[in-house]
Design a protein around this ligand. Structure first.
Ligand code: ATP
Ligand code: MG
Length: 248
């Protein structure tokens, strides 16, 4: 048991969730490493949703609301960290949820889908189609989901699939605490925030925006500049570290 008054209580509870996910066969062992990298970036971002994250979260939610076939792609880390808010977001923006993993086996995909079903999520996981041009297992998709999607939300994505999704004409929204990653640079919208904060914020934005007219949503998306957001994220890290240095 992690004592509630531990100064890093939340972070430790999150680690336990990921470890539990590995034990259940839902999260890949490599997911532990990816999580550790995320934690390191979260630390130097101040473990909060900064303005550049909130801006991207709002635009991303508007894009999902505008989409014809929005899909939320879920891997092993996402499944154990934010199942409830993924479900809520999907309902609000009328998106499908699809299981898509880098470390692929049919058994693991089925385990993730089964895990999600406990939360009332019916995830697509037919693995009956391929994204041409991609050699990793991320190419294996569902013909009712990512294959025909126009906007895909890909939390904790790897850069190469992001690139291929774009080549297939899809708009890609990434959630990645590392503003320097290939994914971050490749996505149309990069949310530099912890998925644990990002998805619940998007749920709030979706509640606020779900009844807006299309032209109102379009005006939210229109002038978005992802490069500027990534620069703001890097400036945000620098400013946060400078501040910490001052008060040491
Ligand atoms: P690239 O995009 O350059 O190909 P990578 O493939 O090496 O990067 P992965 O090892 O696939 O990156 O890790 C996925 C990314 O997810 C990491 O950059 C990490 O910072 C990020 N990440 C991990 N946990 C979280 C989290 N809880 N919230 C948001 N991002 C996270
Ligand atoms: Mg990768």
């Amino acid at each position: 048991m992690i004592p509630k008054d531990h100064p890093r209580y939340e972070s430790l509870v999150t680690r336990e969730k990921i470890v539990e996910g590995v034990k259940l066969g839902v999260t890949a062992l490599q997911g532990l490493i990816a999580h550790g990298r995320g934690e390191a970036f979260d630390y130097i971002l101040g473990e909060r949703s900064n303005d550049f994250a909130l801006k991207a979260e709002k635009v991303a939610t508007a894009m999902l609301l505008l989409a014809k076939h929005p899909v939320i792609s879920v891997n092993g880390n996402t499944a154990v960290l934010v199942p409830e808010s993924i479900k809520e977001l999907a309902e609000l923006v009328k998106a499908k949820i699809e299981v898509n993993v880098f470390h692929f086996s049919r058994e693991r995909v089925a385990k993730i889908a089964q895990y999600l079903s406990q939360f009332g999520i019916e995830a697509l996981c037919n693995c009956d189609a391929e994204l041409k041009g991609l050699s990793s297992a991320r190419r294996i998709v569902d013909s009712r989901g990512i294959l025909i999607a126009d906007v895909v939300l890909v939390p904790l994505e790897d850069g190469d699939r992001c690139e291929i999704l774009k080549k297939h004409g899809k708009k890609v929204i990434a959630i990645d605490l590392n503003p320097l990653s290939r994914t971050a640079k490749m996505a149309d919208v990069t949310i530099v925030d912890n998925i644990k904060r990002a998805i619940p914020r998007m749920v709030d934005f979706a509640k606020e925006m779900k009844d807006l007219r299309r032209d109102e949503l379009e005006s939210i998306v229109k002038d978005y500049d992802n490069k500027a957001i990534l620069k703001d994220a890097i400036d945000g890290i620098i400013a946060y570290l400078e501040n910490i240095k001052k008060v040491l």
